[in-house]
Design a protein around this ligand. Structure first.
Ligand code: NAD
Length: 499
């Protein structure tokens, strides 16, 4: 987390309040000039062959891998998550995502031949679909996975031949600075990737600058502001926004292992994970499930992640905790019963007890929608149709999961859910899949990150048609005799449309 003091951002540990670093805010007035510098650097980078881009990315990958231990400690201290989560959920998926881009980037961006179909008879020229750089990408990042949510899209933007000006979250500035330093050490050309530091004013200046594409990760309200600002000037964007993920438990799911997995999926990162499970729909009697959830939630160790026994660290800021607590109270007023937690814990850090709520009706879900903290809301539903309706009733549609021993029932159910990612007997973990595209539907955003679709977000499709010079072509004036159409139609019927 961080504090703004005059022209510096002070990054501090949300578990202890200890200062991690202080970083100078980029004056908003300088952003346009940095974007212009990036545009100039992109002219050369965009023309470089894949091999040269790959060399730079491979060096970057080596440096991030070399520093895996430092990264683990930094993420633990700046974000407040246990080291094991920082390593397994942030550092390793980042390295794997970069590795995917280095390994598959060339093939993904290779020209694709497009056949002329019937019109080859009219000597339609051959076509190639090419993936060209978009130019300058403006990225605005969030803090909860400060490496994984920033480094892979930067790598993909570079792989596709672009320049990047990016604003790390003001709550993870030390991580942002370390990413920037590692890029420079890797030999990324001067000005090609620039980090700008600050809050919404600096983000706004980036949105108003001369960009070719935006890439925003964060909350819905700010995301919509950013998208609207870019859209008003015709600039496309990828929007990776908030989630409110549902898990559907079928009656045959094994109780202990299912609740064990879902407890982790609800509270990983102190529930401050965009795809953390927040809603659990149990088909049938929810009571034994709710009891198991609350027993497990109460057994979790909340505290400073520097202590090895800690399962759950603090929330990121005092204001994030206050906002989250207000939503919990609203959900209780809307009929939810507290089975565990629902209270702040004493600090110095911004701790909150892992919370289990149970509700009989959907009202509490409305109050809790988009909550970003350690809570799971459990509701029993009559059947599969009711579970599908409850899941799809939310405007959030990032991830969803289905828990059962019956694979074919699970796959059928998955196909009825509105979400960018659906997992069967798993949740959260698949987000780290290096090659699978990630992103949401409905209010959770649009566009994708990671894998082939993520890489192509940073590419402009261009179709190149090429014909040999000279030679016969049918498309020539004058059209000639009045019988041309009849002859053409006769040929068309004989060749294409025989009945
Ligand atoms: P946030 O919306 O407060 O901030 C995100 C970024 O936007 C920050 O860098 C911030 O400085 C910047 N910003 C804020 N206002 C701006 C403006 N007017 N113009 C330009 N930039 C502006 O979100 P947050 O607190 O950083 O992150 C939490 C949210 O992010 C949660 O809702 C979570 O679900 C979501 N999230 C989504 C994903 C995903 O991949 N879909 C991943 C992580 C987090």
């Amino acid at each position: 987390m961080s504090l703004v003091l005059d022209d510096v951002l002070i990054s501090s540990n949300p578990a202890t309040g200890a200062e991690v670093d202080r970083i100078k805010i980029t004056p908003a007035g300088r952003v346009a000039e940095l974007v212009a510098r990036a545009r100039a650097a992109q002219q050369d980078w965009g023309q470089r062959p894949w091999k040269q881009r790959r060399e730079v990315l491979s060096r970057w990958w080596q440096i991030l891998g070399r520093d895996a231990g430092d990264w683990t400690a930094l993420i633990r201290d700046e974000i407040g998550k246990p080291g094991v989560e920082a390593l397994a959920g942030d550092v390793v998926p980042t390295l794997d995502a970069l590795r995917w881009t280095i390994k598959h980037g060339e093939r993904t961006l290779r020209d694709v031949r497009v056949g002329a179909e019937w019109q080859r008879w009219l000597l339609m020229p051959g076509a190639r679909l090419r993936w060209c750089p978009v130019g300058v990408v403006g990225m605005i990042g969030t803090w909860n996975y400060p490496l994984f949510l920033n480094a892979p899209p930067i790598a993909q933007a570079l792989a596709a031949g672009n320049a990047v000006v990016w604003k790390p979250s003001e709550l993870a500035v030390r991580s942002g600075q370390k990413i920037q330093q590692s890029l420079e050490e890797a030999g990324v050309p001067a000005g090609l990737v620039t980090a700008v530091f600050g809050g919404s004013e600096v983000g706004q200046a980036l949105v108003e600058s001369d960009l070719d594409k935006g890439f925003f990760t964060g909350g819905i309200e700010n995301g919509r502001r950013v998208i609207a600002g870019l859209g008003a000037r015709g600039i496309p964007a990828v929007a990776e926004l908030s989630g409110f993920d549902a898990a559907i438990i079928l009656p045959d799911a094994p109780l202990h292992s299912t609740v064990g997995a879902l407890t982790w999926a609800a509270y990983v990162g102190c529930g401050q994970t965009c795809v953390a499970v927040k809603r659990v729909y149990v088909i049938g009697d929810a009571r034994p499930w709710a009891e198991e959830f609350s027993a497990r939630a109460r057994a979790l160790e909340v505290g400073d992640p520097a202590r090895p026994a800690t399962d759950i660290g603090p929330m990121i800021t005092a204001s994030a905790r206050e906002r989250f607590d207000r939503q919990i109270k609203d959900a209780i007023r809307a009929g939810a019963r507290v089975l565990a937690g629902a209270t702040s814990l004493s600090g110095p850090g911004w701790f909150y007890a892992p919370t289990v709520l149970q509700a009989e009706t959907a009202e509490a879900e409305g109050a809790l929608a988009g909550a970003f903290g350690p809570v799971v809301l459990i509701r029993g539903v009559a059947d599969v149709d009711a579970a599908v309706a409850a899941t799809n009733s939310s405007n959030f549609a990032l991830g969803a999961s289905v828990w059962t021993r019956n694979s074919s029932a699970a796959r059928h159910l998955a196909s009825r859910l509105q979400a960018g990612m659906v997992s069967i007997n798993d949740a959260v973990t698949p987000t780290a899949h290096a090659g699978a595209p990630f992103g949401g539907c409905k209010a959770s955003g649009f566009g994708r990150t990671h894998g082939a679709l993520g890489l192509r977000e940073f590419s402009q499709p261009q179709v190149l048609f090429q014909r040999r010079p000279g030679g016969f072509r049918p498309q020539l004036f004058p059209y000639g005799r009045s019988s041309t159409v009849e002859r053409f139609l006769a040929v068309y019927r004989r060749v294409f449309h025989r009945r």
